[in-house]
Design a protein around this ligand. Sequence first.
Ligand code: FCB
Length: 463
Amino acid sequence: MTSFPAGFAWGAATSAYQIEGAAAEGGRGPSIWDTFSRTPGKILGGDTGDIAVDHYHRFRDDIALMRDLGITAYRFSIAWPRIQPTGSGPVNERGLDFYKDLVDALLEAGIEPWPTLYHWDLPQPLEDAGGWPLRDTASRFAEYASLVAAGLGDRVPRWFTVNEPWCSAFLGYASGDHAPGRREPAASARAVHHLLLGHGMAAQVLPGQVGAAVNLYAVSAASDEPEDVDAARRIDGLQNRLFLDPLFHGRYPADVLADLEPYGLAECVRPGDMETISTPAGMLGVNYYSRHTVSGRADAEGFVATSPFATTSPWPGAEHVSFVSGGRPMTGMGWEIDPAGLQEMLTRVAAEYPAVPLYVTENGAAFEDKASADGVVDDPERVAYLDAHLRACHAAIASGVPLGGYFAWSLMDNFEWSWGYTKRFGLVHVDYPTQRRVPKSSGRWYGEAARRGGLADPGTIDR
Ligand code: FCB
């Protein structure tokens, strides 16, 4: 057996808009995802998160399911528009009560709560005022964080601030694939700075251990040609270093600042900002799904798989770069499966940045699950994906990386952003019309790994 260290967190992850539903209950205000999902042509099938998987009403059953499977840590997100329905002003007690009940029920079930404060559901009035490109949004976020700290700080020891600021900034404000759907590269560069600033300001008011959850990709050049090597530098810069360098070194990478020069990132930075952003936070969440193989050559045949719809580039300053095949098998999202890339990124982060505890806060795969009439899904491909990535984590730990836990994305099938309900990432299958939950083979497999604290030897994986 491949054993993980004692105390390793065996978790599962979700986010509020993707699972809660109850969009108009408990005093919740509208977020940018409510507005975006109601805009025709933005979400496959016209789906919304209005009902999602009704977790708001079923959270006690969902917690019991996790406990029965053997999962011991749960990463969920708090919906800002439940806590502050308009994005500013006093706390909405009914919204806070929902999360108090959730956290209490988790603790009672012996499951550690790992909340994230911002998984993309910006209160709509804050977007109307300018959104993340506006500096004031960072201050509003810190105010929201202090309300959450006051309400839940007595029972929650760790917090993630912003989830995947790359997506919020570049899919939200450059390509427009995500809410709020703006296609303004200069606004996306400003959003980067204010998301990071919001993280730093929140880190100063939250008790305990705090971190951002960034989505890192391994990046390879398609060849040794200078155009391809430069493309890899630019994409690694925008995807990885643009976030890691400010968080841990207190500065933006000079080459990326130069690439973004036309978009004015540097002009957003005020004295003291970089110190705030690099406030020692105590941990880092790493979301990892795949590797980018990139080419800078004009004749490269590429693809962009961030949205089911035609898209403008989410890569300001690297619009000419093509994403090409690296020749690996793919998941149902068209994302190449590359567990070695996870080990590479964990090892790199541990080597190049101060040795804060790392957590894989998301990793998982969508496949075309086939459910039998009673909702049973046998998903050996997902078992193989999780097994391979957990082995990559184990190898990283063995080489000295301070990795303290792993959160499978996702606990259950849910609203996959612009893909609506067409992509299923869950360890648990959800029949949307009835909301019936049935663990997939992968859910049972993962729960057993969690109970054992390790992976069975290859070839003896029980499904
Ligand atoms: C990540 C998101 C998460 C989920 C997975 C598949 O980018 O953080 O909400 O959609 O991808």
